[in-house]
Design a protein around this ligand. Structure first.
Ligand SMILES: Cc1ncc(COP(=O)(O)O)c(C=O)c1O
Length: 400
């Protein structure tokens, strides 16, 4: 197999006069050449609007677009590609479900979220709750930063209509097996929605095993371009859901008196779709799945573990979450603001994320305004981990 790192052209750039150390892969991953090439190939040769024209290019485009959908279905372990709706990403997928559920929820119904959710798995539900008069209940996390399933169970009752949670925290790296939630949701008949934005690169996924009703993810976190992602929905759930947006392609017949909808998934794909990025997502998933598991999961996790271990041994760092098997480490340097540390790392060409990571309620729970998050991916190596630790020691020297 070709060296993985060399497949990522951006990994070799210089930043602020220093070779880049890219440790912000939980925000977005760098793109492999094969995905960049697919975009060029598509836009050089194959552009045509899909599902519309009667000409060869339109038909060819439609079949490529539908093959990309089948690739997503296969990646997620879905039974049928009609259960895959292309969206702009996790945020749009979650908004689609929350917005479309407006007709199924009523005043007094309850929506269960958790303390570690990203804003994109909080705000759409708040909008829904305000519209229909539903109530948001929040499941706690344990001191180690894992969703507290006992507490979640204690929140469930006959009014619980939705449980929506992240299978892998973007701040703590902690994970939860979705099956533990879906099995308890059954007792009250709640719809289970999984935010899999981080889970897609944390380990193998099988939505049928998970038994989740809906699963959302973003292509850009799994080597595809920005602006493309998907929502998986069990066929019956998708069929029961009202359309999210109206327009071309999502209809069966239109008249001023009454319009009827196309079958799923077209019912949820109004307007001209993002064909080029969907094809690139298909290529990205195929490429990613062709890598051995040791490359996909083990390597990045080992690097994050080694940094976590070194920071604990050095002392003077607060490390958040007890994720032993995660590709990221979230921490603070005692007495120093995260953004100050981030700027000093940046001056050394080291890209980490600092801030609330779109998880303000979780920051409140942790009692900090921000954390520093170093997140690793398949292109990182030991040198990156060493430069991070050395950069942190330098930051400490300059700031204390
Ligand atoms: C756990 C989690 N959920 C949701 C999102 C939102 O993803 P996007 O901005 O790609 O829609 C992210 C992105 O950082 C995330 O990490």
């Amino acid at each position: 197999m070709m060296d993985l790192r060399s497949q990522f052209p951006q990994i070799d750039i210089q930043v602020r006069g220093r070779p880049l150390v890219y440790l912000d892969s939980a925000a977005t991953v760098l793109k492999p050449q094969i995905v960049i090439d697919e975009l060029t190939r598509y836009y050089s040769k194959d552009v045509a609007n899909v599902h519309r024209g009667a000409h060869w290019l339109a038909e060819n485009g439609t079949s490529q677009y539908e093959s990309a959908r089948a690739e997503v279905a296969s990646f997620l372990g879905a039974a049928d590609s009609s259960e895959i709706v292309f969206t702009r990403g996790t945020t749009e997928s979650l908004n689609l479900v929350a917005s479309s559920l407006t007709l199924q929820l009523k005043a007094g119904d309850e929506i269960v979220l958790t303390e570690l959710e990203h804003h994109s798995n909080i705000v759409p539900w708040q909008i829904l709750a305000e519209r229909v008069g539903a109530v948001i209940r929040v499941a706690r996390i344990t001191p180690g930063g894992v969703i507290d399933l006992d507490h979640m169970r204690s929140l469930l009752n006959s009014r619980t209509k939705v449980i929506s949670f992240s299978a892998c925290s973007n701040v703590l790296g902690t994970t939860i097996d979705p099956r533990l939630v879906t099995s308890m949701a059954k007792s009250v008949g709640a719809i289970v929605v999984v935010d899999a934005a981080q889970a897609v690169t944390a380990g193998p996924i099988n939505v049928v095993d998970w038994d989740a009703d809906f699963v959302a993810f973003s292509g850009h976190k799994i080597f595809a371009p920005f602006g493309i992602g998907a929502l998986y929905g069990k066929k019956a759930r998708l069929e029961a859901l009202a359309p999210y947006q109206g327009g071309g392609s999502m209809i069966d017949r239109v008249s001023f008196e009454k319009t009827t909808w196309a079958y799923v998934p077209q019912k949820f794909e109004a307007g001209t779709p993002n064909v080029g990025d969907a094809l690139a997502l298909g290529v990205a998933l195929q490429w990613y799945r062709s890598l051995p598991e040791s490359e996909r999961y083990t390597k990045a996790k080992a690097l994050a573990d080694s940094v976590r271990g070194q920071l604990s041994a050095l002392g003077g760092f607060d490390i958040y979450g007890a994720a032993e098997n995660s590709a990221l480490v979230s921490f603070n340097m005692k007495g120093i603001h995260a953004s100050d540390v981030g700027s000093i790392l940046d001056q050394q060409g080291i890209a980490v994320r600092t801030g609330h990571h779109c998880c303000q309620p979780l920051m409140q729970k942790l009692g900090v305004p921000a954390t520093i998050r170093a997140s690793f991916s398949i292109y990182n190596n030991r040198d990156d981990a060493e430069r991070l630790v050395a950069g942190l020691l330098k930051a400490r020297e300059l700031l204390s």
